[in-house]
Design a protein around this ligand. Sequence first.
Ligand code: ZN
Length: 535
Amino acid sequence: MSNSHKPAPTPPECHRGRSPELVSNSHNRLGLAKYAATVGIALSLIMVQATIEYRELDLPAGYRWKDHLVSAFSLPLQLICARIPDTASMAPRIIALHAGLLFDSKTKAFRQNVSIQVDTETGTIADVFERDASADKAIKPSDIDLRSKVVMPGFVDAHTHIFLHSYEERPAQEQMRDESIVERTVRATNHVRRALLSGYTTYRDLGSEGMGSFDANLRDTINRGLIPGPRLFVATHALTSTGSYEMRTENAANGVAGPTISDSCDGPTGVRRAVRRRVADGADVIKFYADYRRKIMRFPPVQTHPYIGGMPFPPRDANPQVVMFTQEEMDCIVDEARLAGLPVACHAGTARGAIMAAKAGVTSIEHGSEGGDELLKELRRHDTILVPTLAATEAIRKDQVEAAQRQAKRAFDMGVRLAAGGDTGTFNHGQGVRELELLIEAGIPVEEVLEACMVGGWEACGGDACGFRFGWLAKGSRADIVALDADPREDKQALRKVSFVMKDGKIWKHAGVPVGVIEPIMQESGQDDPTWQLI
Ligand SMILES: [Zn+2]
């Protein structure tokens, strides 16, 4: 993560022409010049005083040079010290945020009059404390006043695809087959920016869907400060068995093929090798498919080959989901991922596939829509996280969303650990909180849904093994903070009303206005020359 960013000023200052970073840089330069001048004057004074002392060598008996030297240095030293606080105040390292209402995701409670101190140098929270409401007048103008907002940790989407956009706009097959690498990368750049501005400070991105390991490269551009976006944990390619998840065509005899959309692997050695390939490519999480509709070529459906048309008289279930790995292969995938210290996410649409994956010890089951109590008991037994992806079901199979919501509520009632991931990308990025809304509509209390999103999301990323702490607001955790205009316990659309976003101690949205989104393009060498009024 890039922790070097200083917090940007509030929006009114941002709209005065020059970017906040540039203003802040010139302030820093001014401060350093003043500091250098002060030190220079102080050293001169020392020299003058020392010269005078040297000439007055007619000293009384018992004179102590040491005492005299201290007095000679004391005035200049005081002058130097007096300048230091002045310089530091130009870019305060610690900034304070004052919340009216704060959601504590660890205790699942809303607390009043809480303030947070953020260390902008490390991007972490320095302190969280209850504020004396009667001392509100003491709030400094430079503090971030969120007393009229509902403050909480940044959202974590546990299941996303940064290179996909709404299937309503274009089916996944067409996106993967027809959109260029450049177009998909540019789209992803827009997706992650929109995600961040909607309050998502972390994304667990489960498969590049035809973009190889470019998700890892996009993650790196965010971490290097080139583009704004959530903290990304990426899977690169998902693992599948041979022939289970490739793009197929009926004219394959002539060598026609679409882009590779997964890493095909078979057998205990083969799947271990595939996990190692993912690790080598920079994966943060290993994703595999337990099952899929892999018999598609028996009765190719109309949506796969629109120019040919579907088959008349197909069997009752022409293309059911079927398991694609053996138990031994799943065990090996999980075991190999553990060697690398990575979590494992498993797509499962069948009860059989999901139960096998849970037994193998995966971190999370994605979808898990079939299997009822039998599956949920297994998930509970193995401490497997369930990511129900209700928003994708609503986007793609509206008729099944109520059943999926019932299953998610049942899972919650049975004590299964939940995380919130929309399979975002099947619908548009920036609307990730739809998953939270659907979980709340399913009957799960707001506080529980938020906790599942934030702390559950962190656990789905591997917990402490991922190297970061986020999803709750406490000393030492990442300063990922959002503020809403409304209380989600009273307003069903409150989660859409994100007015403030901070990630790693850097503000990206304030008073509903994006902040610092343009600045990365000005960071190239020479672009801070004020004679060029580019922005
Ligand atoms: Zn997915």
